[in-house]
Ligand binder design. Sequence first.
Ligand code: PHE
Length: 418
Amino acid sequence: MAYRLTEEGEEYLRKGLPEENLVKILAKGPVKLRELKEELYKFDIALAWAKKKGWVTIHDGMVKLISSPKTSEEYDALGHLDKGESIVKDVLDILVKRGLVEEIREDIYTKAEKFSGKEIGLLESELIKTGKWREVKFRHYNVSSPGQRIQIGKKHILTVFAEKARKIFLDLGFTEASGPLVESTFWCFDSLFQPQDHPARDLADTFYMKNPREVTLPNGKIVDSVKRTHEHGSDTGSIGWRYSFSEAVSKQPILRTHTTAVSARSLAQIKPPAKIFCLGRIFRNETIDYKHLAEFTQVEGIVVDENVNFRDHLGYLKEFYNRMGFEKIRFRPAYFPYTEMSVEPELYFEERGEWMEMGGSGIFRPEVVKPLLGIDCPVLAWGLGLERLIMLKYGIADIRNFYVKNDLRLLRDSTIIG
Ligand code: PHE
């Protein structure tokens, strides 16, 4: 059954429950009955319920507080109902009894209206026995009146899309990888040939952890190869960054800023050919507003294969977006410290009449591939945003809807079912 606030219920939601308002006044000390009568909104109701609930006593014309409510159960329930959320049965019964909430009944007239000349909606035995049915006008069924709303269990929209993306990559023959959320700057930046003084490492962009103090680096040759590549290019054909690489910096723990860290970890473990994807939460030190959150989801992928080139790269991205349901895709040249060439895929959103950037991608530079994989080999790589895609497709204006607000209406009203 569906319920809604009555006019009085709405008024209480704005002004507070009378008895709770009374308690607030009495918190400072007993007050004369007469004064209350003048001051207090819905004085009679306030007093009656406060007494019934055992919160106040009246002696010699003075009203005194003897206990006060710990929570505001009934008031909170009004708020929940107003937002279309359900509430516990006991509280609902009280609110209905108090006339603050009513059942939504669109198609049945009340008994009082039955013989008053209005249309009637219920043929009762009395009408037949008395022959009154001849006089009254019956109401037609209103087939457009809203039915009872059924709340089915649904997956969160983000989950639906993550599963969709996962299925696409599995279908394309990719293997899923994952990595830690608390990552070292080594895997997040160093292994991607981002110099240790790169501005993106700044506190302004990256969350550094106090705990753990440091992260263990991988054993073996990897750290050393990355270090040599940074310092002088090693055998990658590059001259490197020409500075002194610090392992202490590499060990700094951070919340991973991109899932490209997982791609780097994968590169250090596999032999080509390989196709790997990762779906994961990432973190950036952003000021939170309707467009930005400090955490969001990336769809990452790499294709490591002697026989692939830039055309394959564009083809994979196009195929992914087509299978996600987006037809129009184009590519804009871009820059990332770890790729050459680099492109940003853009999708065309008919509803907005606009091209929107969806993430970053490119072919990993030899300075990334050689130290991790041991050999040079084409590696197609991308990191795409998930939330943005859903927001644009479904016209969800505020990214905070996904995480922070926990507003159930987003799910209840959603027609996106996985
Ligand atoms: N890591 C980049 C980002 O977070 C995306 C990217 C991934 C770019 C792989 C190039 C290659 O924006």
